[in-house]
Design a protein around this ligand. Structure first.
Ligand code: HEM
Length: 481
């Protein structure tokens, strides 16, 4: 039985082919791997044979998706902690340097993030140094765990392999560390619960979403396997050996500016509810309550996700411009896209915050908030970069005219969190309701300025473990020549 790409898959009742696929797929793709403490290493290779042997050695230290899912079960049942996550990806330059053919076919992957003009990123000369020379950025390694010590131990193991290898150098290192609110939920630096809404690819996860959260009747996260993986064409058996395109973007957050502008947005509209002003910018209150569902925060845990914008057609609860409405309109985006077409743009987001806070993030103050050196390592898995990450950023977030609004309404404007216009171009005004749910109270106010700066990034492909292991023979043959 061939693997079913048009639907989600079960891992507990997997066919032999699906099982073989899961045993060769890297973790963190179909389901997030805990990466509370994360280190990202960026590599350059100097010796193709040495690099191939190194990659095969590294594969020996990596686990599969199937191993990971088993670890989660053992933790749930017997509280046995899982092992660290090690993920490995190659850039197009890496494939080229190692002369691996065929390289993954995605055109955006092949040309690189730095070539995608519509993202409106800062010029590459302003990116962090290791991102400035994409031809020399060959590979990425992710090392993550729940505990700092276990991440450090795994990192030391990876470093020992690098030290022992011929022609493998670390050109950049980035640490990530989780942030939490007072309920222990994962938040990003502006203070909002993050990572709640995800496309789901495992039938077990969809069932759990239905049974253990607020359900899936109004928003169904069910997603086909083909939305996150593709054949690993250089692997021994591309029919079952799959991989995924990995997006990495370092997004610095100016927390002080964002917190100030939340207050200013409330003043400009005007409304006397600063919390709702922030919720209208993001689409959720800080505790995750969707502003299209409630005018105030305080939903029950777990954070709800079973909602759409059907009862909010004029953007009088959640403004059209709200970050989560721009990046997942849940069937309300218009422009003749069906709900299913819209859904196909969603990617598996696997971000992590970086930077150390010296302030109390929850003290409600603005003056003491960091202006730089903290942010989000935006990471996501895609099966089609142009259709998913680039579409979301360019056609939705950066586009002042998305989503489609009723006749006579003002254009929504750019995503206030991540939207980027060409340099020097002013953001158009934003429209939001003064009274929650009252279309008659819609009012416009100056757009909030950009508080997120892209500091560098790249596209990688995370191949199957079978492919990584196969490089041992290739490396040995190359060395013998
Ligand atoms: C510093 C940058 C960013 C911040 C602070 C941020 C913040 C958030 C927050 C607080 C949520 C709500 C939690 C959730 O629903 O999971 C969210 C959701 C989301 N974000 Fe972002 N985000 C950032 C970057 C991005 C980027 C670069 C993209 C894509 C290009 C993106 C796409 C999404 C999507 C698709 C959702 C889920 C929306 C939904 O399903 O309703 N975000 N983000």
């Amino acid at each position: 039985m061939a693997i079913e790409f048009d639907s989600p898959v079960s891992w507990t009742a997997a066919s032999p082919e699906t099982l073989a696929m899961l045993q060769n797929l890297q973790p963190n793709i179909l389901k997030p791997h805990v990466r509370e403490f994360l280190t990202v290493l960026f590599l350059t290779f100097y010796d193709p044979a040495g690099a191939k042997t190194f990659i095969a050695d590294l594969a020996g230290a990596m686990k599969s998706t199937h191993d990971h899912l088993g670890e989660i079960e053992r933790f749930k049942k017997d509280k046995i902690p899982g092992t660290p996550y090690i993920g490995f990806g190659l850039s197009a330059a890496g494939y080229g340097f190692l002369k691996i053919s065929p390289m993954p076919q995605d055109p955006s992957f092949q040309s690189g993030m730095h070539q995608t003009a519509g993202l409106n990123d800062p010029p590459i000369a302003e990116w962090e140094e290791h991102f400035q020379t994409p031809d020399a950025l060959h590979a990425v390694i992710l090392i993550g765990d729940m505990l700092r010590d276990d991440r450090n131990a795994a990192r030391a193991k990876v470093q020992a392999l690098i030290d022992a290898a011929s022609g493998v150098t670390v050109i950049g290192t980035q640490d990530g560390v989780g942030q939490h609110n007072s309920n222990g939920q994962g938040i990003e630096h502006f203070g909002y619960v993050d990572g709640r809404s995800q496309p789901l690819f495992l039938t077990e996860d969809i069932q759990a979403e239905e049974d253990e959260t607020d359900g899936i009747a109004n928003w169904d996260p069910t997603s086909p396997l083909k939305q996150v993986v593709v054949a690993d064409t250089a692997a021994p058996d591309p029919g079952i050996h799959l991989g995924s395109y990995f997006i990495f973007r370092k997004l610095e957050q100016n927390v002080k500016l964002f917190k100030e502008m939340e207050l200013k947005f409330a003043e400009d509209l005007p409304i006397d509810d600063d919390e709702r002003a922030g919720a209208m910018i993001v689409g959720r209150f800080e505790d995750g309550t969707p502003v299209t569902m409630q005018s105030e925060d305080g939903v029950e845990s777990p954070v709800p996700n079973n909602f759409n914008y059907n009862s909010d057609k004029s953007g009088a609860k959640c403004p059209f411009v709200g970050h989560i409405r721009k990046t997942n309109p849940r069937g309300s985006g218009g422009f003749r896209q069906t709900r299913q077409q819209e859904h196909s743009h969603l990617m598996a987001r696997r971000g992590q915050t970086y930077g150390v806070r010296t302030d109390n993030p929850n003290d409600g103050a603005t003056a003491n908030k960091p202006e730089k050196d903290v942010g989000l390592l935006f990471m996501a898995f895609n099966s089609d970069i142009g259709h998913q990450f680039e579409f979301t950023q360019i056609t939705w977030a950066n586009n002042p005219n998305f989503p489609q609004v009723p006749p006579g309404f003002a254009a929504p404007g750019v995503d206030p969190v991540i939207g980027q216009l060409p340099r020097g171009q002013a953001r158009p005004d934003m429209t939001a309701p003064k009274t929650w749910g009252d279309p008659g109270s819609l009012s416009s106010a100056p757009a909030v300025p950009q508080a997120v700066t892209m500091k560098g990034g790249a596209y990688f492909f995370m191949p199957s473990l079978a492919f990584l292991r196969s490089l041992r023979t290739a490396g040995a043959e190359m060395a013998a020549r």
